[in-house]
Design a protein around this ligand. Structure first.
Ligand code: BGC
Length: 404
């Protein structure tokens, strides 16, 4: 494992240091399109095929980390670790359980959570849509129909008007990953394999972002509004013309297609960095020197390239996710340290990086992979809901304190 010198140099005093979560992955007891899909006959049949003898319980989000009830404990741990920022998402299905009927008790819950953050000196960074939708959206085929845009912006206007103390918003999370998994590759609900549907969804998410941007800015002109995009570091593995062309093409489709279209309605870019992709010809041929529990190559230094590539947009960049599945906590401390060094290099080269939010604060429900991958700085014992701070979280905390 390559380790350079200790992380050293200055991040600004206002730099956001913290971690990220999303509602469905940690709250527990959500009723939305995902929770329904998890238990659908088709999904259960698929799981029984892949797990003929084992239990499939791990694939139902259920109580998750019970963060909905334990947010005070979790935020106090974040505070103890020196975090000054926390990314959470609002669960649309809680706010609008029936079309047009808003649940103010649930809105109050998110007021309490964000107020508690503020009380602790933790800036809340709030995502409005992290892939889950109310089940009634099925009648509009979720984001396939253009009605979704106005339905989403109505929900956004209610939420933002009720959370006036929140100034940092992310409209949508990783539209490219969602479209690919849900509409092209049939991995996630609604498990379609339709380019036509995928293009419609992608377009509507662009419109939804733009509308949401306008709505938020009207309600709170001081708000900073971004999206979270999952950009990889695509690297040409040789200088052959086909390699160079494919590298450019992958970069364009994955990293640029969405951003280019929304760049005029964007105050900052939320960058989720997980992947390095070494391209040879039209294929990805990574060295995979070190991999996570999910088999993903760990290539922390690539975040530098992912940041540098965004220079053309002239926007501040917040790292809104970056992390690894590492149950034994073998690589996380090293990974965080190397990532922060690369960010620091980017800053010293003139890139405007304003925060680093590790994925995730807590072990979480990892979508179609269930509870087995462990991404948390804090380990969750799902039987007892006991929280245990991982060693790597202490290392991250040390880095944060050394940079203040
Ligand atoms: C998503 C998270 C997910 C993480 C790790 C990101 O693409 O936004 O919800 O848990 O990756 O797979």
């Amino acid at each position: 494992m390559k380790t350079n010198n200790r992380v050293k140099t200055l991040f600004s005093k206002s730099f956001f240091w913290g971690a990220a979560t999303s509602a469905h992955q940690v709250e527990g007891h959500n009723y939305n399109n995902w929770s329904v899909w998890e238990k659908s006959a088709e999904r259960v049949a698929q799981l029984r095929l892949t797990h003929p003898t084992g239990s499939i319980e791990d694939y139902f989000s259920g109580e998750a980390a019970d963060h909905y009830n334990r947010y005070k404990e979790d935020l106090s741990l974040a505070k103890k670790l020196g975090h000054n920022a926390f990314r959470l998402s609002i669960e649309w299905s809680r706010i609008e359980p029936e079309e047009g009927k808003f649940d103010y008790k649930e809105i109050k819950h998110y007021q309490d959570v964000t107020d508690y953050c503020i009380k602790l000196g933790i800036t809340p960074i709030v995502t409005l849509w992290h892939w889950t939708s109310p089940v009634w959206m099925a009648k509009y085929n979720y984001f396939e129909s253009k009605n979704s845009v106005k339905l989403f912006s109505r929900y956004v206007s209610i939420v933002c008007s009720q959370l006036p103390k929140v100034h940092n918003w992310l409209t949508v999370n990783e539209p490219e990953i969602y479209t690919d998994n849900s509409y092209i590759h049939r991995r996630w609900p609604p498990q379609k394999a339709s380019w036509k549907a995928g293009i419609l969804v992608f377009r509507n998410l662009i419109k939804a972002h733009k509308e949401a941007y306008t709505v938020i800015k009207k309600l709170n002109p001081a708000a900073q509004v971004g999206i979270a995009t999952n950009n990889s570091h695509f690297e040409a593995g040789n200088k052959n013309i086909d390699t160079l062309l494919y590298t450019k093409l992958y970069r364009y489709i994955n990293n640029e297609l969405f951003l280019r279209r929304i760049q005029r309605q964007l105050d900052f870019i939320g960058l989720n960095y997980y992947f390095h992709s070494r391209i040879i010809g039209h294929q990805q041929v990574n060295e995979n020197e070190i991999t996570s529990d999910l088999g993903w190559e760990l290539y922390p230094q690539g975040i530098y390239n992912a940041i540098a590539e965004l220079k053309k947009y002239h926007k501040p960049i917040m790292i809104t996710e970056n992390g690894l599945a590492d149950r034994k906590d073998s690589y996380r401390a090293w990974f965080i340290e190397e990532t922060i060094k690369a960010i620091q290099k980017a800053i010293s080269d003139g890139h405007n990086v304003i925060g680093y939010l590790h994925w995730s604060l807590l072990d979480n429900f990892e979508w179609a992979d269930g509870f087995s991958p462990r991404f948390g700085l804090i380990e969750i014992d799902y039987k007892t809901q006991k929280r245990t701070i991982r060693k790597s979280a202490l290392k991250y905390s040390e880095i944060i304190r050394s940079q203040r």
